[in-house]
Design a protein around this ligand. Sequence first.
Ligand SMILES: [Zn+2]
Length: 50
Amino acid sequence: MAKDGKVILACSECLSRNYTTNRKKNSQKRLELNKYCPKCGRKTLHKETK
Ligand SMILES: [Zn+2]
């Protein structure tokens, strides 16, 4: 049951894949989180990708 719900969060500016997280079962929306991007050197919007 490990793989279900795993998503990758990618920086919306440089597209680096910086984080992985787990999606909650009932969430249909794409995740969008403000996270620190080491490549950009600041917080940017990170969006769910595959
Ligand atoms: Zn970035």
